[in-house]
Design a protein around this ligand. Structure first.
Ligand code: ZN
Ligand code: ZN
Length: 334
C-alpha cells in the first residue's frame, strides 16, 4: 500500500490536539533514483533526534572517560561494579524520563502546545499495574528495563575486559570508528523494525508486546515500559558488539540510543518549548500513530521499512481505514 494524500499543514484536527505537517515525513535516503539534496535537507529539517544524537555521543565519551569502572576490574563478575553500572543506568533513565515527565505533565510548562493526544495519562484503570499508567510505566522501565539493560552492559564489558570482543581505537581504525557512529542509527532502525513486526504476531502481541501498548496515550515513561521478554530482544542488540569491531564508546552510545531515547520518542509532544522562540524537536508522530492505530509504522522514520512493506501510516484518514483493514485481516487468521 502506498498512501499518497494531499499535504496537510501542522495544527489541530478532530483526532489530534496537534499534529505536524502531513503526510508524516520519512527519509528520502533510500529513494531511487537517488535524491541527495532532498536527503540532506530531510536530515537537517526532519530528523528529530539530531540534537539527541550529538548529546548521546558526548555522553558516551564522558561515560567512558569518567563513569566506567576499570576494565581490569570488570574481567570477572563482581557485585560492586555491576551495581555501579545499574545505578548509573537507573539515574540516567530517571533523569531523562522523569525530567521530561515533570516538565511536560507535572508542571505543564508548555500547556498543551505541540501535544499530540488530547488525553493525558490513564488513572484508575485496571489494565495497569497499581491501576495507574504512570506507576505501571515507571515499574516496567526501571525494574525490568534498567536491570536487563545492565545485564547486557555487564556481559559486553566483561567481553571487552577479557578480549572476547573485537576492540578498535580511533588511531587503529579512524574511518571505521567514525563510520560506525553514522551506521548505528540505521542498524538500530533495522533491528527495531523486524523485532517489532515479530512482536505484532498475535501470539507474541498477546503475551509480550501488549504491555508496551497499554499506553495508548503515551508519555516519557511509556517508552521503556516493556515486558521483560521484549526488553531482552530490544536491548539484545547490544550483543552485536561481540562480533562487530568497535570501541567501548560505540557500545555506550548504543545503550543510550536504545534506552534513553525511548523517553523522548514517547514524550507525546512534538517539541519542547524552551523560552519565547527556542524549541527542541523531541517527539515522534510516526510512532504516536503506531500507539493509536497499532498495525502501522512498526519502524522509525530513519529507514523506510514501513513504506517498503506497506505498513506506512501517513497520518491521513485513508491510512487509518487501511490500517484497520490490515488489523482485521491479521486477527481473522488467528
Ligand atoms: Zn507495537
Ligand atoms: Zn512505543
Amino acid at each position: 500500500m502506498t498512501v499518497q494524500n494531499d499535504p496537510l499543514k501542522a495544527g489541530s484536527s478532530r483526532e489530534w490536539n496537534w499534529h505536524p505537517d502531513l503526510p508524516v515525513a520519512v527519509t528520502p535516503a533510500f529513494s531511487w533514483p537517488p535524491r541527495p539534496v532532498e536527503t540532506v535537507r530531510w536530515f537537517v529539517n526532519n530528523w528529530l533526534p539530531v540534537t539527541e544524537y550529538v548529546l548521546y555521543t558526548l555522553m558516551a565519551f564522558a561515560t567512558w572517560a569518567w563513569l566506567t569502572p576499570d576494565l581490569s576490574e570488570m574481567s570477572s563478575l563482581g557485585f560492586g561494579w555491576v551495581l555501579s553500572l545499574w545505578l548509573r543506568n537507573l539515574l540516567l533513565m530517571t533523569l531523562f524520563a522523569q525530567g521530561l515527565h515533570v516538565w511536560l505533565y507535572g508542571w505543564k510548562q508548555q500547556g498543551d502546545d505541540y501535544k499530540y493526544d488530547r488525553r493525558g495519562l490513564a488513572r484508575n484503570h485496571r489494565i495497569f499495574l497499581f491501576n495507574d499508567q504512570y506507576w505501571d510505566n515507571v515499574f516496567y522501565a526501571l525494574v525490568s528495563g534498567v536491570t536487563i539493560w545492565t545485564a547486557f552492559d555487564a556481559l559486553i564489558w566483561m567481553a571487552y575486559a577479557n578480549g572476547w570482543a573485537p576492540m578498535i581505537t580511533f588511531d587503529s581504525n579512524p574511518i571505521w570508528f567514525v563510520a560506525l557512529f553514522l551506521l548505528m542509527p540505521l542498524i538500530q532502525s533495522f533491528h527495531f523494525y523486524w523485532l517489532h513486526r515479530a512482536l505484532h504476531i498475535p501470539f507474541f502481541y498477546k503475551h509480550v508486546h501488549s504491555v508496551h501498548h497499554r499506553s495508548v496515550s503515551i508519555a516519557p515513561w511509556s517508552g521503556f515500559s516493556m515486558h521483560p521478554v521484549e526488553h531482552v530482544g530490544y536491548m539484545g542488540l547490544l550483543l552485536m558488539f561481540l562480533v562487530v569491531p568497535a570501541h567501548p564508546v560505540h557500545f555506550v552510545f548504543m545503550g543510550y540510543w536504545l534506552a534513553l531515547a525511548t523517553a523522548t520518542s514517547h514524550a507525546g509532544f512534538e517539541n519542547l518549548v524552551l523560552g519565547e522562540k527556542a524549541k527542541l524537536k523531541i517527539g515522534s508522530f510516526h510512532h504516536q500513530l503506531h500507539h493509536r492505530y497499532f498495525e502501522c509504522n512498526y519502524g522509525n522514520p530513519e529507514m523506510s521499512w514501513d513504506n517498503w512493506f506497506g505498513s506506512y501510516h501517513d497520518g491521513s484518514p485513508e491510512a487509518t481505514i487501511e490500517t484497520r483493514k490490515r488489523k482485521d485481516r491479521m486477527y481473522s487468521k488467528s
